[in-house]
Design a protein around this ligand. Sequence first.
Ligand code: IVH
Length: 244
Amino acid sequence: PILSLANAFSADDVRAWYERILKLDERVASARFVVEPKIDGLSVILHYRSGRFVQGATRGDGEQGEDVTANLRTIRSIPLHLAQAPVPDLLAVRGEVVMLRADFEALNHQQRARGEKLFVNPRNAAAGSLRQLDPRITAGRRLTFFAYGLGVAEAPLKLKNQSHVLDYINKNGFRVARERAVVRGAAGLLQYYHQIAGARAALPYDIDGVVYKVDSLAAQQQLGYVSRAPRFAIAHKFPAEEAT
Ligand code: IVH
């Protein structure tokens, strides 16, 4: 299953989550958290066999997604080969496919000039572009993939924390959000939220919040999962944007 995240909508929700995991594991008090923007795109999962990109799918309902391999192959920020050792027999990379705001503006400009339908927002444009039956149409749209994590890895990579996972992914040629950081404590999480909320309009892509993850993979395992979401991570959502 491709899991999702639980949501926090307020500082109180974040503090309650922090207290909850602190109760389960007292080491959380001094733990580091990897914090990242919550990129508002399409959730996809990429499979690499012996370092070669073999299949990619949308998250769908978490059990069954759409095979969009041919379209994903046209995205330049998706490496077709992994070069950075160790290369596992099977590796799943998770991330978001987005259309950068600048590329969205350019696409709509072109659509207007051709008298064609305008896209409502970058997310819709990215979705429409990725789910084309003809990969040549996808190739003509500028899409970008940002990676934020790994799924299965056979053999295991022996990485100790999420920041190392991000560094490993990055060294293999994937783009990882530049705004990622490592913080401590509930106050550190909330400070990051405000920092990103302030920078939101200037980011090259749309985001709908920030994501907090316990950095230590051992602590992640220890904290485990509830139903369809991990306990060790949470999405802190921004209030919905209103537009006319
Ligand atoms: S972590 C098991 N990190 O948000 C946890 N997700 O609401 C896996 N998303 O399906 C998710 N940016 O598609 C994670 N930095 C980020 C993210 C992120 C966007 C999406 C992701 C996920 C959804 C959950």
